[in-house]
Design a protein around this ligand. Structure first.
Ligand code: CA
Length: 233
């Protein structure tokens, strides 16, 4: 089975166009037209990927995206946006969308992105053995909260560990600084996004062979950070 895709889109014509293209490619697709029902549909349909329109009745796309990201289970999200402005694109990434597509778009392009994101998500899941994540020389023991580099334990502070795990659980996904601040330090933390930069620098010094040319913890210009999708291959 190729995968289950949930489309949340209030414009029926666009939803039908996307659904047809995905079904033709072998995906199982469910469409809902209302943001308020999105989270319930995520629970009942159990999609492998979510295609989310930005402007919706009920909850909007950003609110749904944020709510999904607060859950334990990682679900890839592609945002559909009618507005081309860069700010909206970045906002989509700030709340944790994996990708975005600006309307009007080409069905083939959207299907290609769906495939690429699912491939990435499955590869990182496939490498997960019990409660360990491993990437080349780097191994993360989630239960023991320990990190090993080339077999040797690396001493990390608790927030350094949490930050690393947040990024490493979704290789290739771009996280904005504010998103990382919320995910790792929590909503009520008084610090600013510099905190994230400082911790990434410390992690690089501890984990990277050359902290100035990192292979694992990559900077995404003007947005934030991502864990490399192809390290050690
Ligand atoms: Ca809409």
């Amino acid at each position: 089975m190729l995968g289950r895709i949930l489309i949340v889109e209030d414009e029926e014509a666009i939803a039908a166009f996307v659904q047809t293209a995905l079904e033709r490619d072998g995906f199982t697709v469910k469409w809902i037209g209302n943001g308020a029902d999105a989270l319930e549909a995520v629970d009942s349909f159990q999609p492998d990927l979510l295609i989310l329109d930005l402007t919706l009745p009920g909850l909007d796309g950003l609110q749904i995206c944020q709510a999904v990201r607060q859950r334990e289970v990682y679900l890839p999200i592609i945002m559909l946006t009618a507005r081309a402005e860069d700010t909206d694109k970045i906002v989509g990434l700030e709340v944790g969308a994996d990708d975005y597509v600006t309307k009007p778009f080409n069905a083939r392009e959207l299907v290609a992105r769906v495939r690429a994101i699912l491939r990435l998500a499955r590869r990182s899941t496939g490498r997960r053995s019990s409660n360990r994540l491993s990437f080349g020389q780097l191994e993360i023991d989630l239960d023991g909260r320990q990190v090993f580099r080339a077999g040797r334990a690396v001493d990390l502070a608790p927030k350094e560990f949490d930050l690393l795990v947040t990024l490493a659980r979704a290789p290739g996904r771009v996280f904005g600084r504010d998103t990382l601040l919320e995910l790792v330090w929590g909503y009520n933390f008084g610090g600013d996004s510099r905190t994230v930069d400082v911790h990434v620098q410390r992690l690089r010094r501890k984990l990277e062979e050359n902290p100035h040319e990192p292979r694992y913890l990559l900077t995404v210009h003007s947005i934030g950070y991502k864990f490399a999708a192809n390290q050690g291959e």
